[in-house]
Design a binder for this molecule. Structure first.
Ligand SMILES: [Cu+2]
Length: 134
């Protein structure tokens, strides 16, 4: 037990350390075992600008949803999605012009908030809501 905890600690600390301001939310992300085939979740394409998401009210079917984010703004952005059982964010902030994607388990219908966790971008308007239909 101790050995397991120790090795987990080492693994968790192994990452690069350039930007750790936003908590260690990514440590749990590996929990999702590579869902073996066929899930066929939806993909939502989002454009991040200074300072909003477009669209800011997408609708999807319940399931594993992948958000493809393009930073069309002129400053760094990210995307964090508050799913029903977990929150997920892009592994790295997006520089202007960059793209990234993050998958979230949205298997329960409802509405879930997403926002940009960089600086005060959420307060500036980088917030939206995804509607999940069962
Ligand atoms: Cu932002």
């Amino acid at each position: 037990m101790l050995a397991v905890a120790a090795s987990l600690g080492v693994a968790a600390c192994g990452g690069d350390d350039d930007d750790d301001d936003t908590s260690a939310a990514t440590t749990e992300a590996t929990e999702t075992t590579a869902a073996g085939g066929g899930g066929g979740g939806e993909t939502v394409a989002l454009s991040a600008t200074d300072f909003k998401f477009d669209p800011d009210d997408p609708a999807v079917k319940a399931g594993e949803v992948t958000f493809d984010v393009t930073n069309d703004g002129e400053t760094v952005h990210n995307l964090e999605v508050e799913g029903p059982g977990e929150e997920a964010e892009l592994p790295e902030d997006l520089q202007p012009g960059d793209k990234g994607s993050v998958s979230v388990d949205l298997s329960e219908s409802g509405t879930y908030e997403f926002y940009c966790p960089v600086g005060n971008h959420k307060e500036l308007g980088m917030v939206g809501e995804v509607t999940v239909q069962g």
